[in-house]
Ligand binder design. Structure first.
Ligand code: ADP
Ligand code: MG
Length: 618
């Protein structure tokens, strides 16, 4: 085939493929233009999750009538001089408007202060009309209708209106944090309105804007950061470790005012909190990096969310150092871990299977046969051995374990001191000998000492039961006498309600309660007494994080893990010897029980030979 030059429309549509991924990308570009134009007020209206309509109005400088045609033409920008390494505006590529115009019906209306009328141009699927006069106040109104009508393939990838509307709010909130002197509003038939009043500048204004976006609790739980190194300034707020979230959506980073999603910055934040926050939780952080534009490349990707630092090590060191110092000064010290030599001697549970799967059943049978289960208060355990891996029996087994525990037969509390039965000693997790600090079961096998984290183990068992509930009988639920009302952002309500049916299988009965709240009517019996508010918020976080990226199965796994995490029944509960042994046997039977849902071990094992070595006997 002969070589041909692509048409302008096709070139723009190709560019649009990179710049405009979804309605939220359009909003981001239009809002950035308004900010670059010096607006102090930006009003956004959407319909159909932005697919039907996006309108962004600003009171900025406006576009002179004779430049309107250029504004919607490719590679035309008023923001770049002759140096692509010295970028101070949010835009600089001159690509957004022509890209948007090539895949939608775009109308740009604008009026500069000096003109006595506004002017309008339209671009429909790449075709230009205008400019012609139109009455309006000073500023610019960019209106995008029928996004992606010209590229139906892209349209198919859109999420529900609600999900797209949420993504738009997220984009606006993210950018709004960096510009507290601007008032932002979003309204539309597809959402509850959001109005962020302008706050002052300076760190007070900044903090006020942040709390508009992140909630009033954030300032009370955050420490101000201000550090400078080799010309790079880092300011912002670091949430205290206890104020953590289930996902990293509440981490905001800005480079010279530009919101970025940068792996290096996320990595530095994780590093800074590594010792004070568990790996599965995420701190809430707002960081502003300011540096000479020549020291950072923002022209890495068309969407301009990636950056490349001239000196990444400097930036990382600055972030890690400043956050650690802030946390340290406020008295939150990293947990120190000593006795490394000893810890190294412990074998972590879950590193290798407790025993090969094929042998499990036999082994358990052997144990159960010899151990007088008839006298055990935990008969449900042995009554449902291997079949429990997939069936409903398993859930009930765990259930029975949790609740029957309270009415367990009184057993000899000195049993821990008595000789352990040989059958138990030969089981993989051995015979329980004691419970210490209300959470750790110390057990003895033929040649080792095992310590089980009872809470982590229980969490794992509940998790497996929840997963089983998906393809067998729903888990039992406990009806709340008075429904618990949880206030949430509308988008979170939407996400949760969308999964209400599945949550019901888990025993969590919810329904929406007005636009900004959830009513919880039932909670999973298995979890016992729980902090419903926290559970619901964590679930919303979890779904938000995985909704757009992962499949349903992944979401459900995360939901199950989050719920299991909340089942605090086992935490700090004293167990009788039979209960402890029952838990050990259940762990032996449950695949993957060697690690809790967060990948931490549920038990550790120290071989007798290692103990002897520790005491210098060998
Ligand atoms: P870029 O922002 O990269 O320059 P765009 O395609 O987004 O490219 O916009 C092209 C040009 O149109 C801008 O450089 C600016 O001069 C003008 N423009 C766009 N939106 C606005 C606005 N809201 N107010 C004033 N000028 C605008
Ligand atoms: Mg732009």
């Amino acid at each position: 085939m002969a070589i041909k030059q692509l048409t302008e429309t096709i070139i723009n549509q190709i560019a649009a493929g990179e710049v405009i991924e979804r309605p939220a990308s359009v909003v981001k570009e239009l809002v950035e233009n308004a900010i670059d134009a010096g607006a102090t007020r930006i009003d956004i209206v959407t319909a159909g999750g932005g697919k039907n309509l996006i309108r962004v109005s600003d009171n900025g400088s406006g576009i002179p009538s004779d430049e309107l045609t250029l504004a919607v033409a490719r590679h035309c920008t008023s923001k770049l001089t002759d140096n692509v390494h010295d970028i101070r505006a949010l835009g600089f590529r001159g690509e957004a408007l022509p890209s948007i115009g090539s895949v939608s019906r775009l109308s740009m209306k604008s009026r500069i202060a000096e003109a006595d009328s506004g002017f309008e141009v339209n671009v429909h699927g790449g075709r230009l009309e205008g400019p012609r006069p139109t009455p309006m106040n000073g500023g610019t109104i960019a209106e995008v209708r029928d996004l992606f009508f010209a590229t139906p393939a892209r349209l198919k990838f859109m999420k529900t209106d609600r999900a797209e509307a949420t993504a738009i709010s997220d984009v606006v909130k993210r950018v709004a944090i960096a510009f507290p002197h601007i008032r932002f509003s979003i309204a539309g038939s597809d959402r509850t309105p959001l109005d962020l009043a302008a706050t002052g500048t300076g760190s007070t204004g900044m903090l006020e804007r942040i709390s508009q976006v992140l909630g009033k609790e954030f300032p009370e739980n955050a420490i101000a950061i201000d550090a400078m190194r080799d010309g790079v300034r880092l300011s912002g707020f670091a949430g205290i470790p206890a104020f953590n979230r289930a996902n990293s959506l509440q981490q905001f980073a800005y480079v010279n005012g530009r919101p970025v999603r940068d792996k290096q910055i996320w990595g530095a934040i994780r590093g800074a909190y590594a010792d004070v926050i568990s790996r599965d939780r995420h701190p809430v952080v707002v960081l502003f990096l300011n540096l000479d534009p020549a020291l950072v490349d923002v022209n890495v990707h068309p969407a301009k969310a990636d950056v490349r630092f001239r000196d990444p090590g400097l930036v990382r060191g600055l972030i890690v150092g400043a956050i650690r110092e802030a946390l340290g000064q406020s008295g939150i010290r990293a947990a120190t871990s000593g006795a490394d030599a000893m810890l190294n001697s412990f074998r972590l549970g879950g590193v290798e299977p407790i025993r090969p799967a094929a042998q499990r059943w036999q082994g358990a049978a052997a144990v159960n046969q010899n151990y007088n289960v008839q006298q055990s208060p935990y008969r449900p355990f042995e009554a449902e051995p291997v079949a429990s891996h997939g069936g409903e029996g398993f859930a009930e087994t765990v259930q029975a374990f949790l609740y029957d525990g309270a009415t367990a037969l009184a057993t000899d509390t000195r049993a821990g001191m008595a000789e352990a039965p040989q059958e138990l000693l030969s089981a993989p997790l051995g015979a329980a000998r004691a419970q210490i600090h209300s959470n750790y079961i110390v057990s003895q096998t033929e040649d080792s000492l095992v310590i089980v984290d009872q809470h982590a183990a229980h969490e794992r068992l509940v998790y497996e039961a929840l997963k089983n509930a998906l393809h067998s009988k729903p888990l039992p639920a406990q009806l709340l006498l008075i429904p618990e009302i949880v206030d949430l952002p509308e988008e979170d309500v939407g996400r949760l309600v969308a999964h209400a049916e599945t949550l019901a299988r888990f025993g969590l009965g919810i329904e929406s309660f007005g636009p900004g709240a959830i009513a919880v009517r039932e909670t999973p019996s298995m979890l016992g007494e729980i902090d419903t508010q926290k559970l619901i918020r964590d679930l919303a976080d979890e779904i938000a994080e995985h909704d757009t990226s992962d499949g349903l199965k992944a979401i459900l796994d995360h939901v199950a893990a989050t719920m299991a995490c909340h089942g605090s029944v086992r935490a700090g509960r004293r167990l009788k010897p039979d209960e402890m042994n029952a838990l050990l046997r259940q762990m032996e039977e449950t695949p993957g029980s060697g690690t809790c849902n967060h990948g931490r071990p549920t038990y550790i094992e120290l071989k007798l030979t290692d103990i002897e070595r520790l005491f210098g006997r060998r």
